[in-house]
Design a protein around this ligand. Structure first.
Ligand code: AMP
Length: 125
């Protein structure tokens, strides 16, 4: 994985250099709405640390931090009122997954039926 880019947009949100509506924050994570929502409820949860993607986070972060982060993801889903109706978590790592922002983030999606796992048939035959 490439070195962490300190100028990525989520790093700037973490440093509060650009505005975002903070939905949730604790020692491990911060959450804000996705600027281009793909569902009625669509939040992004990012760790308070310099991790490029899930892959990088899983390899380098301390176990306590990983646990704290994923507990925060659940808190965000709860805060959005998604527990009963259900929700989907997505995290993209790298090129094939179309990761566009190189700071680890988990998409929390819900508020409506979300359809199949992937939009469209992406399997090459
Ligand atoms: P990914 O393709 O998994 O890297 O997702 C990046 C997400 O970040 C996309 O869904 C974008 O809509 C979202 N995004 C980009 N810039 C911002 C921003 N300034 N505030 C909130 N969401 C953003």
């Amino acid at each position: 994985m490439a070195d962490y880019d300190h100028d990525n947009i989520f790093a700037k949100i973490l440093r509060r250099e650009i505005p975002a509506e903070i939905l949730y924050e604790d020692d491990y994570a911060m959450a804000f709405p996705d600027i281009q929502p793909a569902a009625k409820a669509h939040a992004l949860v990012i760790p308070k640390g310099e991790y490029c993607s899930f892959d990088d986070f899983s390899k380098r972060a301390e176990a306590v931090f990983i646990a704290g982060f994923f507990k925060a993801v659940q808190q965000v889903a709860a805060k959005l009122g998604l527990e009963e109706g259900g929700y989907r978590l997505i995290t993209n790592h790298g090129k094939n997954a179309h990761q566009t922002v190189p700071h680890f983030h988990v998409h929390v999606l819900g508020g409506q039926p979300l359809g199949g796992l992937l939009s469209g048939d992406t399997l090459e035959r």
